[in-house]
Design a protein around this ligand. Structure first.
Ligand code: NAD
Length: 497
C-alpha cells in the first residue's frame, strides 16, 4: 500500500495538485511505499507566501516566548526520537541505531538554539562620544530556505531550522524527495510545540522547486547541503539573486594512519567510518592512507572485522543497511568494476553477498580495495557507498600532500600516538574538520560544521556562532538623548569628542 505525501504549509498538511510525483522506496525491500509531490513553481510560491505572512508576527514575538517554543520542541523531539528514527530507517535504509544517533545529533542543535537569549545578545558601549551611546542588535532576515540531502533526513534540517527559527526567521524546508517523511514529523512537532502557523513550512520537490526558491524575491537566505555540482549551482544562482548562501557540498575524507598508531583502534575506526550508514555520510572515511610499513597489518585487521559485519534490514539489528535507491546501488557497484579495471587490488568484494533482508532490497556489502592510486576514479570521485580504498604512502609528508591536493576538504582524521605529529597535521592540513584519533569529527553544536574548498561554497559554516550570524544581520545604533549640552550646527563628519 502506498500513500501520498503532502506538503506542510500554513501549519498543516497541504495536498499538492502537482502533476509530477516521485516514488519513495523502502530500500530494504525495494518496494514503493509512498509517492511524493514534486512542487511546481506556483506551489513553492504558496509556501513562501505563507512563510512571509507568518514572519512579521514571529519576528515581533518576545525572546521569552520564542524560548518556550524551542524548549517544548526539544522536549517533544526527545520523546518522539524513536518515531523519527523509524521513519528514517523506512525510507533511507540506515539501521535503527544509526538513525537514532542522527536524531540525537540533531537534538544537540536544538539544545544550542534553546539558548537564544544569550545567542542574540548584542554589544553596548556607553558614552562613545560625550552623551552618545553605541550598541548593536541582531535581527532576523525574513523567509529563509533550507534544502537538504537524502543522507540525513532529520539531522541536516536540524542543523539549520532551530537556529533560523530561534533567531526570528520563517523557514521553508525543501527536503530530499527520496526520504521526505522525517521532515513532516518535525513539522508536526513544531506545531505541537506552539510554533505559529507558517513559521515552519515543508515543500517537496526537485530541481524545479529548488530553482524557484533560489530565485524567489522573498527568500532572503539559502542553506543548502548536497553534492558539490548542485552546491555550486545553488551558490552561483542564489548569490546572483542577492541572497545570503551557505552551500555545503560533497566530500572525500582521508584517514591517515601513522606507523605508531594503535592499529586496532585505527581498524575499528576505518570500519565504523567507512561502512556506517553504508558509506552514505558526508563525513564517511573513503580513503585510508596507511604509512608504511603498517599497511599489510592494518589491512589484515580491517579485513578481519569486515568478515563479522552483518548486512541486512535496518529493523533487524544488523550492522549495515541497504543503499538508498536501486540507481544509487548500481552506481556504487559500477565503481567496484572501475576499481578492478584500473588495477586496484580487490581485497573484499561486497557484490552478491548474503544479506538478512529481502533479496529485492538495494544491497551492496562492504568492499575494500588496496593499492589504490590517486588517478583512479575510486579515489577521485565521491562514491557515497560502502567502498573503502587504501592508499599506501611512504611518509607523513606524502600523506599530507595527498590530502591537501584533493579538491574536497570536508573532514579528515589522523591516527597516531605522537602528539607532535597530530599537532602538525592539525596545523598543516587544508580541511575544515579534523579528527585526532576520532574518525568522524562532526563538531558539537556550539562549534560550527563546515568543510573547505569544494566542500563548501559561502562564508558561513552551519550551526554554532556561524549559524547565528548567518541567520541574522547586525544593526549598529548610535544614540544621543537630549540633554542641556546638545545643539549647534556642524556640517563636518561626525567626530567623537
Ligand atoms: P543531491 O545534491 O543530489 O541533492 C541535494 C538536494 O538538492 C536535494 O534536496 C535535491 O532534491 C536537490 N537537487 C537535486 N538535484 C538538483 C538540481 N539539479 N538542481 C537543484 N536541486 C537539486 O545530494 P544527495 O544525493 O541528496 O546527498 C548526497 C550528497 O550530499 C553527497 O555528495 C554528500 O557528500 C553531500 N552531503 C554533504 C554534507 C556536508 O555537510 N558537506 C552533508 C550531507 C550530505
Amino acid at each position: 500500500m502506498t500513500h501520498r505525501i503532502s506538503h506542510w504549509i500554513g501549519g498543516k498538511p497541504y495536498e499538492s495538485t502537482s502533476d509530477r510525483f516521485g516514488n519513495v522506496f523502502d530500500p530494504a525491500t525495494g518496494s514503493v511505499t509512498a509517492t511524493v509531490p514534486l512542487a511546481p513553481t506556483e506551489e513553492v510560491d504558496v509556501a513562501v507566501a505563507s512563510a512571509r505572512a507568518a514572519f512579521g508576527e514571529w519576528r515581533r514575538t518576545s525572546l521569552a516566548r520564542r524560548s518556550e517554543v524551542l524548549f517544548r520542541f526539544r522536549q517533544l523531539l526527545a520523546e518522539r526520537a524513536s518515531e523519527v528514527a523509524e521513519a528514517i530507517t523506512a525510507e533511507h535504509g540506515k539501521v535503527l541505531a544509526d538513525a537514532a544517533g542522527e536524531v540525537q545529533r540533531g537534538l544537540e542543535v536544538v539544545d544550542f538554539a534553546c539558548g537564544l537569549g544569550t545567542l542574540l545578545k548584542g554589544g553596548y558601549s556607553e558614552n562613545v562620544s560625550t552623551g552618545v551611546d553605541a550598541y548593536s542588535i541582531r535581527q532576523p532576515l525574513g523567509v529563509v530556505t533550507v534544502i537538504s540531502p537524502f543522507n540525513f533526513p532529520a539531522m541536516v534540517p536540524l542543523w539549520f531550522v532551530p537556529v533560523a527559527i530561534a533567531t526570528g526567521n520563517a523557514v521553508v524546508l525543501k527536503p530530499s524527495e527520496k526520504d521526505p517523511s522525517a521532515s513532516l514529523l518535525l513539522a508536526q512537532l513544531w506545531a505541537e510545540a506552539g510554533l505559529p502557523d507558517g513559521v515552519f513550512t515543508v515543500v517537496h520537490g526537485d530541481k524545479v522547486a529548488v530553482d524557484r526558491l533560489l530565485t524567489h524575491p522573498d527568500v532572503k537566505a539559502v542553506s543548502f547541503v548536497g553534492s558539490t555540482p548542485i552546491a555550486r549551482h545553488v551558490y552561483e544562482t542564489a548569490t546572483a539573486h542577492g541572497k545570503r548562501v551557505q552551500a555545503l557540498g560533497g566530500a572525500k575524507n582521508h584517514m591517515v594512519v601513522l606507523p605508531d598508531a594503535d592499529l586496532d583502534l585505527a581498524a575499528d575506526a576505518a570500519i565504523n567510518a567507512g561502512f556506517g550508514s553504508a558509506g552514505e555520510r558526508c563525513m564517511a572515511i573513503s580513503a585510508v592512507v596507511a604509512i608504511e610499513p603498517v599497511a599489510d597489518e592494518l589491512i589484515g585487521k580491517i579485513r578481519e572485522r569486515m568478515a563479522a559485519l552483518r548486512v541486512g534490514d535496518g529493523r533487524r539489528g544488523c550492522d549495515m543497511g541497504p543503499l538508498v535507491t536501486a540507481a544509487h546501488c548500481d552506481r556504487v557497484a559500477s565503481y567496484v568494476d572501475a576499481g578492478i579495471e584500473a588495477g586496484a587490488e580487490l581485497v573484499v568484494d561486497g557484490r552478491g553477498i548474503d544479506v538478512d533482508g529481502d533479496p529485492a532490497g538495494f544491497w551492496l556489502g562492504p568492499t575494500l580495495f588496496d593499492r589504490v592510486t590517486p588517478e583512479m576514479s575510486i579515489y577521485t570521485d565521491e562514491i557515497f557507498g560502502p567502498v573503502l580504498s587504501v592508499l599506501r604512502a611512504d611518509s607523513y609528508d606524502d600523506a599530507l600532500d595527498l590530502v591537501n591536493a584533493n579538491p574536497y576538504g570536508n573532514g579528515t582524521a589522523i591516527f597516531t600516538n605522537d602528539g607532535g605529529a597530530a599537532r602538525r597535521f592539525q596545523h598543516e592540513v587544508e580541511v575544515g574538520m579534523v579528527g585526532i584519533n576520532v574518525p568522524i569529527p562532526v563538531p558539537v553544536a556550539y562549534y560550527s560544521f563546515g568543510g573547505w574548498k569544494s566542500s563548501l561554497f559561502g562564508d558561513s559554516h552551519a550551526y554554532g556562532s556561524d549559524g547565528v550570524h548567518f541567520f541574522t544581520r547586525t544593526k549598529a545604533v548610535t544614540s544621543r538623548w537630549l540633554d542641556p549640552s546638545h545643539g549647534g550646527i556642524d556640517l563636518g563628519f561626525p567626530r567623537h569628542d
